[in-house]
Write a protein that binds this ligand. Structure first.
Ligand code: FO1
Length: 308
């Protein structure tokens, strides 16, 4: 069964890893949000691509969820001593990724080609695709102020209340992304932030239309457990955007886009009367074994759905 996973951030990377560990590599494509990307210190930084690649390569930093395991901070420490900006923490190993990516982009390679190169060097066999080769920066409007995403998320610690998530116009999917949707039997929306990890992917033309039209099944996994986000600002944003911060509200937010919805046992009973098929599972992924178990249970749910 050919599976496409829409992923951004930490939760997305974990489910992508679980799926990658139980299916043949040629059947798995991870489509990653690039709305968090930005230019910083002259480097092109792609946090969600890196979080997904590092997790798939087994070198992710489990404490922070981003960056590399076993990281050192000599360069950023000296950079700060020299008066450079150190609000966005760049580790020494992580910097190597940004340097290689920036150099290859400057030589005219596409972000898709750069990502493929990095995946090969990191020993990743599944296909990891940026949603687009064009810059597609997400901005956060808070009242009269519009923040670049990383300024809001890291520098302001996602505290400014969100009035609106501002997504770019006219961003187009790559041919590889379109082909992945056209050959997919199943599309999984990972437990990522619906507004700043998933919506930016759906905003890329023609991804939302492909997901609505193609006969394959679409299953979303709730990033909200017990009324809170497992990690990050999703629940806070739901409140600020006037939505209940519940897993049910996530299912309703995705609406007709999804055919199935996976939510956590902590919310058992809250989604039973939804129109879409639902499955109540332990969705917490603390360990690799958790990631493999959950991926298997979701695939079983999908197979039952596809068998009809
Ligand atoms: N998130 C932070 O909260 N603080 C940081 O200093 C930080 C540095 C960083 C460096 C590289 C990278 O790939 C990600 C990094 N992140 C950091 C996470 C980043 O803000 C992502 O956009 C979030 O994980 C949301 O996807």
């Amino acid at each position: 069964m050919k599976v496409v996973v829409l992923a951004g951030g930490v939760g997305g990377a974990k489910l992508a890893d679980g799926i990658a560990r139980i299916l043949p590599p040629e059947d798995v494509t991870i489509i990653v949000n690039t709305g968090d990307d930005f230019e910083h210190l002259g480097l092109t930084i792609c946090p969600d691509l890196d979080t997904v690649m590092y997790r798939l390569a087994g070198v992710a930093n489990d404490e922070t969820g981003w960056g590399r395991a076993g990281e050192s901070w000599r360069t950023i420490t000296e950079l700060a001593a020299l008066g450079g900006p150190d609000w966005f923490r760049l580790g020494d190993l992580d910097l190597a990724t940004h340097l290689v990516r920036t150099q290859m982009l400057r030589e005219g390679e596409t972000l898709t080609a750069v990502t493929h190169h990095l995946c090969q060097k990191l020993g990743i066999q599944v296909s990891v695709l940026p949603m687009s080769n064009q810059p597609a920066p997400t901005q956060i409007q808070s009242g009269e102020t519009i923040y670049p995403f990383q300024t809001w998320f890291v520098h302001e610690k996602w505290q400014p209340p969100v009035t609106k998530v501002v997504l770019p116009e006219d961003v187009r999917a790559t041919r590889a992304v379109i082909r992945a949707f056209e050959t997919a039997d199943l599309v999984l929306i990972a437990p990522s932030n619906p507004f700043v990890s998933v919506d930016p992917i759906l905003n890329v033309y023609p991804i939302r239309a492909l997901m609505m039209d193609l006969p394959q099944a679409v299953i979303a996994v709730s990033p909200i457990v017990g009324g809170a986000a497992v990690k990050g600002p999703a629940a806070k944003m739901m409140q600020e955007l006037g939505l209940p911060h519940t897993s049910r509200a996530v299912a309703e937010y995705y609406g007709e886009l999804i055919d199935g919805f996976v939510y956590d046992t902590q919310d058992a009973g809250s989604c039973d009367d939804l129109e879409v098929a639902t499955r109540c599972l332990d969705t917490m992924m603390y360990t690799e074994a958790d990631r493999i178990r959950l991926a298997g249970e979701i695939m079983q749910f999908a197979e039952e759905m596809l068998r009809g």
